[in-house]
Design a protein around this ligand. Structure first.
Ligand SMILES: *Cc1c(COP(=O)(O)O)cnc(C)c1O
Length: 379
């Protein structure tokens, strides 16, 4: 990666990763099993607590796919999904031939609106097609209004899948993200809060789901001495080499969370006196975000017409990467046909927001440079 460029969320290794990787090579455990895989799963279980069990897989997308299978999603089943997210939250619904039903966000957390969630469920039920699963996201690390979502899921008896891809290290009323829902998925992609280059984990307190997940990710081999398959399987296991990265990264997770939260505080203080720029923060003390990405909303009527597009280009000129917020799924060419329930919050965020450099290895000097370019542009 280019040294001069300020990336939005680059990998940040600690040095311990190499020891675990070398160990795997020396022991010749070069497969999707071994001490690193089981050690990494244990590290995650220890960290999350709540009797959650972890199944390491090769991406969060794979974890979401397996989770939907375990929760009984079949062809043509409606599955509710947060609209304002990354496409990987929705794609696994399509893999199964099921139908995404997209639900808009609310303004406080930018995540699934409980109001539109209930409206979507009632409308599906009226049409005689009760949703099978609800997938919500803790976007940019911010926990959603999880209690409200849980209450609705309970009321209508619908399974819950937590897309915690971006929210390892976040918590809600003191309970860690990744421990909510019937099943949860976390990502260790290269730009997430900690990384295994590519990887993910499926999490659940339900031992049956965990057992089934292990079976499905290893090609669904029946327990007989020959290769026999009674079910369709998948090759989704995490490599023992890659898991070595994860074990190293788990030793510094708390430190990485603190660094990203510090970035967010820096931006908050820096933009406090800049009209038209608002940093996305927690609604109250019960929400604890890892601030995976620090995001701002720009009111161009107060910045002399400067908007998120112009700011992104301006930062780009100085070799600084920033990113427009998620383009809502119902506006994506591929998901345009899907039912959508909302009032334009996600679309508004897409039109006005920007994710700023948020890496745990950002220096104070870099943060100062980023802020001064933005302030100068918005003058
Ligand atoms: C990154 C991400 C994923 C996918 O993670 P992979 O490990 O890359 O498959 C899914 N959902 C959200 C919200 C993400 O940000």
């Amino acid at each position: 990666m280019s040294k001069n460029k300020i990336w939005i969320s680059p990998p940040h290794l600690c040095g311990k990763e190499i020891e675990f990787i070398v160990d795997a090579i020396e022991k010749n455990w070069i497969t999707t099993m071994g001490e690193n895989v089981s050690g990494f799963e244990e590290d995650i279980q220890m960290y999350l607590g709540e009797n959650v069990e972890a199944v390491a897989v090769n991406s969060a997308t794979a974890a979401l796919h397996i989770a939907l299978i375990l929760l009984g999603v079949n062809q043509n089943d409606p599955v509710i999904c947060q609209d304002f997210t990354f496409a990987a939250s929705v794609n696994p619904i399509i893999y199964l031939g099921a139908e995404p039903v997209l639900v808009d966000s609310e303004r406080q957390t930018w995540n699934m609106s409980p109001v539109f969630l209930e409206e979507a469920i009632q409308d599906c039920i009226r049409k005689g097609r009760k949703p099978k699963v609800i997938i919500w996201v803790n976007g940019y690390g911010m926990p959603a209004k999880i209690h409200e979502i849980e209450e609705i899921a309970q009321k209508y008896e619908i399974a819950l899948l937590e897309d915690a891809a971006e929210s390892l290290g976040s918590s809600y009323y003191g309970k860690k993200c990744g421990t909510f829902g019937d099943i949860a998925a976390v990502s260790f992609n290269g730009n997430k809060i900690i990384t295994t280059s590519g990887g993910g984990v499926l999490l659940s307190t339900n031992k049956k789901y965990v057992r089934e997940a292990r079976f499905l990710i290893g090609q669904a081999r029946d327990k007989v001495p020959w290769y026999q398959h009674s079910q369709v399987g998948y090759s989704y296991g995490m490599s023992n080499i890659v898991a070595g990265l994860g074990r190293g990264q788990m030793t510094v997770l708390e430190n990485r969370v603190e660094a990203r939260r510090k970035n967010n505080r820096f931006y908050q203080e820096a933009f406090a006196d800049v009209p038209g720029i608002e940093v996305h923060i927690e609604p109250d003390q019960y929400y604890f975000s890892n601030h995976w990405l620090s995001c701002i909303q720009i009111d161009s009527s107060q910045t002399g017409g400067v908007n998120c597009q112009t700011l992104r280009e301006k930062l780009q000129e100085s070799n600084i990467e920033s990113r427009l917020l998620w383009k809502p799924m119902h506006l994506q060419p591929i998901f345009r046909h899907c039912p959508f329930y909302g009032d334009g919050v996600g679309e508004h965020l897409f039109n006005t927001g920007l994710s700023l450099p948020s890496g745990s290895n950002l220096t104070e000097k870099e943060l100062t440079q980023i802020v001064s370019i933005i302030k100068e542009t918005c003058k």
